[in-house]
Design a protein around this ligand. Structure first.
Ligand code: B1M
Length: 209
């Protein structure tokens, strides 16, 4: 089996300790960082399907996520370009009630490499914390809110509408996450939406320029 396939299998099996070495070996074998990342993203799809069918449960899902995070750490320097951090500060996080952070971390990495300074509020971010972060940090030009659950889409709406209603100026809000669509972003008054990490970076630059 090619090393890149072994990476995918190890992530799916939640073999955290093996993933770092396998990613390094896959790179040494000539696989591109972007391709290895895509295999790991695909394995999260497999994990999600197995969870939906009751073949695995939350602990297995968590182990797979931890394994992927280890793999992403190895790829990070290869995926993120050089950043001049000239587009201002981006406050990023996952909305209240939501603990998913792999997608948010990829978006953060891509937005940083597009030229933003990142303030990462983590997961389960209460609405007030977004506004505090905008006020407490210098030159915040962008807020990026991630949401992975259909049940936390209302929290996304609350975050966007609170930021918009708070009186802060010069800040654009971008939203995304698996259940989020352009139509939903429009409906809740976000300035932008992106379906994946790469296009989030492109949209982020477009919004602040
Ligand atoms: Co969760 N989970 N989970 N989970 N989990 C999903 C999302 C689910 C689809 C699985 C399933 O049922 N098939 C399902 C949601 C169903 C729904 O809402 N319709 C689900 C569920 C139900 C749950 C729990 C409720 C399970 C339970 O407890 N019974 C629970 C909720 C906990 C909570 O948040 N309160 C839960 C818990 C967890 C773990 C903690 C175990 C773990 C997360 C660990 C972590 O993140 N550190 C986990 C995982 C790993 C998943 C799956 C398997 C993988 C998510 C992932 O990382 N994907 C997921 C199934 C799946 O995705 N198919 C699932 C890879 C990642 C790269 O993709 O996050 O989509 P994604 O990010 C993409 C885009 O969405 C986009 O760009 C990213 C990169 O291209 N994007 C943005 C994301 N944010 C963006 C922001 C932007 C722009 C683009 O602008 C700001």
């Amino acid at each position: 089996m090619a090393k890149i396939q072994e990476v995918k299998a190890a992530v799916e099996a939640g073999k955290t300790k093996l993933v770092v070495g396998l990613v390094q070996e896959a790179l040494a074998e000539g696989s591109a960082a972007q391709d290895i990342l895509q295999e790991m993203v695909d394995s999260m799809g497999v994990i999600g399907d197995k969870f939906s069918t009751g073949d695995i449960f939350v602990p297995e899902m968590l182990m797979a996520a931890k394994a992927m995070a280890k793999g992403v750490d190895v790829l990070k320097p290869l995926l993120a370009g050089d950043s001049s951090n000239s587009l201002g500060t981006c406050v990023i996080g996952t909305v209240a009630g939501d603990l998913h952070d792999i997608g948010k971390n990829l978006v953060s990495m891509m937005i940083e490499s597009a030229g933003f300074t990142i303030i990462d509020l983590g997961v389960d971010v209460p609405t007030t914390k977004w506004i505090d972060a905008i006020k407490e940090n210098q030159n915040v030009t962008l807020v990026a809110c991630s949401g992975l659950l259909t049940t936390t889409m209302p929290a996304l709406k609350e975050a966007v509408q609170s930021i918009k209603g708070s009186g802060v100026t010069g800040v654009k809000v971008i939203v995304g996450g698996a259940p989020v669509t352009q139509a939903y972003a429009n409906e809740i008054g976000a300035d932008g939406f992106a379906p994946d990490a790469g296009s989030a970076a492109v949209k982020a630059v477009e919004l602040v320029k």
